[in-house]
Design a binder for this molecule. Structure first.
Ligand SMILES: Nc1ncnc2c1ncn2[C@@H]1O[C@H](COP(=O)(O)OP(=O)(O)OP(=O)(O)O)[C@@H](O)[C@H]1O
Ligand SMILES: [Mn+2]
Length: 270
């Protein structure tokens, strides 16, 4: 009877590199013995001390997001090349690696998920912190009731010029940064309020209660989404900001950059 190698073999034969997603130390060790192998590790921490590592901002629940981020990051770092065939080893159903997918690196079909964090005006840590706050808000809501929120991150000066106050700005005299622990409590309170949060490149909350006034000409957003998403997408085309929008109506968190929807995550999956 043909061995499984003969059946599954073509999945792995002549791959240009192996990409391990959050491997355990023992799993990683196995690959040390394989000679002539290009190995890339992708994860939130490089706890195996891999030479070639792409840092994930968070362990994306959607495996496609994880693989896209890892390959776009590896292409950007030049550790793989456009057209490379890769064996991507991930954990889908358990904590251990249990799935291998053969994926071709294609520079043409960049989703922009890596660039959203690594190549936006705002620091990657700031983008990550805002995404985490939006996910947290999505999970917890406001005393259990679903809430919506709109965060505009980066290029704050220009964003402020393309928006107006809906009310006094509670952050006027404060120096609160989006990663500060106090933010988690405050934002829950503030998320009841209208308007957008404006966050600087370095993560300072410049303003709340802002009404964005970008031109929405030609902006395409998923059907069923309204003004919060339209303005959140449009502002990222009129300025060098990115936006992270938590929808009150469907509970999803979406990220926009250059007017395009780049990432969509379900807070329930985190
Ligand atoms: N231009 C804007 N600038 C800032 N905030 C806005 C803007 N337009 C709408 N919002 C905010 O979004 C809230 C929800 O508006 P709307 O329901 O039209 O948006 P949506 O895209 O459907 O969002 P959701 O999915 O959360 O319902 C408004 O109450 C307001 O706080
Ligand atoms: Mn709505």
């Amino acid at each position: 009877m043909a061995g499984l190698d003969d059946v599954f073999g073509d999945l792995f034969t002549s791959v240009d590199a192996v990409v391990l997603f959050s491997p355990s130390g023992s799993y990683y060790e196995r690959f040390m013995a394989v000679d002539e192998l290009d190995l890339v590790v992708v994860g939130t921490e490089n706890d195996v001390g891999a030479e070639t590592f792409v840092e994930l901002p968070l362990e994306f629940a959607a495996i496609t997001d994880r693989i896209r981020f890892g390959l776009e990051g590896a292409l950007d770092q030049g550790v793989i090349e456009d057209g490379d065939d890769l064996a991507c080893a991930t954990s889908v159903f358990s904590d251990e690696i249990d799935t291998v997918s053969r994926v071709r690196a294609d520079a043409e079909t960049q989703t922009g998920i890596y660039d959203l964090f690594a190549k936006s005006r705002a620091d990657p840590e700031v983008v990550k912190a805002v995404l985490e706050v939006a996910i947290e808000l999505g999970k917890k809501g406001q005393k259990g009731k679903p809430v919506g929120a709109l965060f505009v991150v980066g290029d704050a000066g220009k964003v402020m010029n393309k928006s107006r106050p809906l009310s006094y700005n509670p952050f006027e005299k404060s120096h609160v940064h989006v990663g500060d622990p106090i933010v988690n409590v405050m934002l829950k309170e503030f998320s009841r309020l209208d308007g957008a949060f404006i966050i600087s490149d370095a993560g300072k909350i410049v303003s709340a209660y802002r009404y964005l006034e970008p031109s929405a000409e030609g902006i395409d957003i998923p059907k069923g989404l309204g003004a919060r998403h339209m303005s959140g997408a449009a502002i990222t085309r009129d300025t060098n900001s990115i936006s992270i929008v938590l929808s009150e109506s469907d509970g999803l968190v979406r990220a926009f950059k250059a007017g395009e929807l780049i990432l969509e995550v379900d807070p329930e999956a985190y």
